[in-house]
Design a protein around this ligand. Structure first.
Ligand SMILES: *Cc1c(COP(=O)(O)O)cnc(C)c1O
Length: 405
């Protein structure tokens, strides 16, 4: 029993981050100030998109994207069965129904074929699809975009796990967030993610009108740009100048703004993105080497990268619990007794009572097989090389047959 438990994910905060937030605190604006714009500009540049709109968390970012798609009651949208709740919940927020697509039994990624199959099962022609780059590696976006185009569907990427992932899918280089194959891409800056704003989210897009709409929806739907005013007689004075107090609202939005404190932290963290990505890649390599040099029966690293330079959010193993003769709960408890936290990303969403009630629990074979054998182990930038050895030793012990204390 060690006192310190290594969690599966954790923020990495430096003195530079603390200084950046303190500077924002001492500044003139705590919200809607210059740190927001500065962060958005830096973020868009970092992922190769024309526009980035910051908001209070990744879930709000998904909701804003669903609103900007004009998804509404009666519509449906395809969501992979294995993702965080927020991806499907965002579809529900606008009254539309998610239709769950199956995923790969090893990677949990939705393929173009899974998408095709989900479209066939959908009660009506789906308007949109939300591919999720689970764990860090990107889905086959060229393939998914081709299927979506054939069916007249819009693509929104949930890249909350994939900030920093780059690759050359279908011979075309990409950066997760550049929206090469999508209308919008969504990110989270929750503390367990690649970089943090405490809480934070971003939507990227290459469309100026979509960026403008997202920015409005994040701020009550409020329009301040005089060129967009629609009710001339109350917007403008007799001399045609816009009334100084005036703003108008043409569709209902939310207060989903990110504060200057969050954005100051975001900019400071973003400046270290390459280092965060590289450190996680080193840790993944150390895990792979340790498990290659001393294989553990029934356990394999799930680190397929499809030729991408992955910004790894998760280090997952696939465990054959039947071969080990123990269930996942017992295995996780054995790890915890050795100071190693672990987590399951994720139970298929149709198993949650809310979604099970709506859809009579449709078991999808890939999602079920993935769920049965997945386990996420610690991966974050506070880890030392020695921590990797400690985790691998713990899983080797936990996998040993026979009675465990
Ligand atoms: C973290 C996460 C979200 C939601 O982000 P929050 O910032 O926690 O609201 C959405 N989708 C996925 C896949 C995530 O991992």
């Amino acid at each position: 029993m060690t006192d310190r438990v290594l969690g599966y994910g954790q923020q990495h905060i430096g003195d530079d981050d603390v200084a950046a937030v303190v500077a924002a605190l001492r500044g003139e604006f705590l919200t809607t100030g210059p740190a927001v714009q500065a962060f958005e500009t830096a973020f868009a540049r970092a992922v190769g998109a024309r526009h980035a709109v910051a908001c209070m968390n990744g879930t709000a970012a998904l909701h804003l994207a669903a609103l900007a798609l004009d998804l509404k009651p009666g519509d449906c949208a395809i969501v992979p069965a294995v993702t965080f709740l927020a991806t499907a919940n965002a579809v529900r927020y606008v009254g539309a129904e998610p239709v769950f697509a199956d995923v790969d039994a090893n990677t949990a990624l939705m393929s173009p074929e899974h998408l095709e199959a989900a479209i066939v099962r959908a009660p009506s022609p789906p308007k949109a699809v939300f591919p999720v780059h689970i764990g860090g590696p990107s889905c086959d976006m060229a393939g998914i975009a081709a299927v979506a185009a054939r069916h007249g569907m819009t693509v929104v990427e949930d890249a909350c796990h994939a900030l920093g992932t780059t690759g050359d899918g279908a011979g075309m280089p990409f950066i997760a967030g550049d929206c090469r194959w999508s209308r919008m891409t969504v990110f989270s800056a929750h503390p367990v993610k690649m970089m943090t704003m405490g809480e934070g989210g971003v939507v990227t897009t290459n469309e100026a009108h979509t960026a403008k709409r997202l920015a409005r929806l994040r701020n009550h739907g409020l329009v301040r740009d005089a060129t967009d005013f629609t009710v001339r007689e109350q917007a403008f004075a007799a001399d045609e100048s816009a009334n100084p107090w005036y703003y108008e609202m043409d569709e209902v939005g939310f207060n989903y703004r990110a504060s200057d404190l969050q954005c100051a932290l975001g900019s400071s963290q973003l400046a270290k993105l390459d280092r965060f990505v590289e450190r996680r890649r080193v840790l993944i390599r150390l895990y792979e080497e340790a498990l290659r040099d001393a294989p553990v029966r029934g356990i394999e690293a799930e680190t397929r990268n499809f030729g991408q330079r992955v910004g790894w959010h998760l280090f997952r193993i696939r465990v054959d619990f039947r071969a080990l003769g123990c269930d996942r709960a017992a295995f996780m408890r054995r790890l915890l007794r050795r100071g190693v936290g672990s987590q399951v990303h994720y139970m298929p969403l149709y198993r949650h009572p809310y979604y099970a009630r709506r859809w009579n629990r449709q078991g999808l074979p890939g999602a079920e097989a993935y769920y049965a054998g997945t386990l996420s182990l610690p991966l974050h930038c506070n880890m030392t090389d020695g921590d990797v050895g400690r985790v691998v030793a713990a899983i080797a012990e936990a996998a040993e047959p026979g009675p465990h204390a």
